[in-house]
Write a protein that binds this ligand. Structure first.
Ligand code: MD3
Ligand code: FE
Length: 166
């Protein structure tokens, strides 16, 4: 639920030491899943190594993620233009992995009003957002109704993040 009291069209969960949550009191990272009252599941080693390798190839060595936000889109689900600024260390990159149905990614500028470019994200795409690109406004246009051979009527996006300190 957003701070305004409306539901997002994207379903979310997390793994790792920290997880991103939203509710009536705002956006933040927590160590406990508010739905289950349990700690988030461990980050699979594969997620850590894949995102570290991708970050290093992109010029950001020694990336050490402590959070993975998992977003699930059904056809029609979208994400409005926003900046990711809830992480403590904004110099660490974010690595995103797209799976399943394609979607148009909206890439804006440093101001909310900068007109966004539309870039199609496909199954298997990995993007690294670091340096000046880290603070760009971005979003996802409504996902078109289709069926993926392996993922059915879903798009998944995984973002590996450094949310906590150190
Ligand atoms: C650019 N997710 O979870 S991934 C998000 O496809 C988010 O679910 C989208 O935006 C999704 O916050 C977009 C690509 C992405 C992720 C993080 C970024 C682009 C970014 C952080 C800064 C700049
Ligand atoms: Fe984002």
């Amino acid at each position: 639920m957003t701070p305004r009291g409306t539901y997002m069209s994207v379903a979310m969960t997390n793994c790792g030491e920290f997880g991103w949550v939203t509710d009536r009191s705002g956006y933040r990272y927590t160590r406990i899943d508010p739905d289950s009252q349990n700690p988030w599941p461990d980050l699979p080693e594969l997620f850590t190594t894949l995102s570290r390798d991708a970050a290093e190839l992109s010029g950001f060595p020694r990336f050490s993620p402590d959070a993975c936000l998992l977003n699930r889109y059904r056809p029609g689900a979208r994400m409005a233009l926003h900046q990711d600024r809830d992480e403590r260390d904004l110099t660490a990159p974010i690595v995103s992995i797209s799976l399943g149905l394609p979607a148009f990614f909206l890439l804006g500028g440093t101001r909310r009003t900068d007109p966004p470019a539309r870039i199609q994200l496909q199954h298997g795409d990995v993007l690294v957002w670091g340096g000046p690109s880290r603070m760009l406004f971005h979003g996802i246009a409504p996902v078109a109704a289709r069926t993926d051979q392996d993922f059915g009527a879903y798009r998944f996006n995984l973002t590996l993040r450094k949310a906590g300190s150190r």
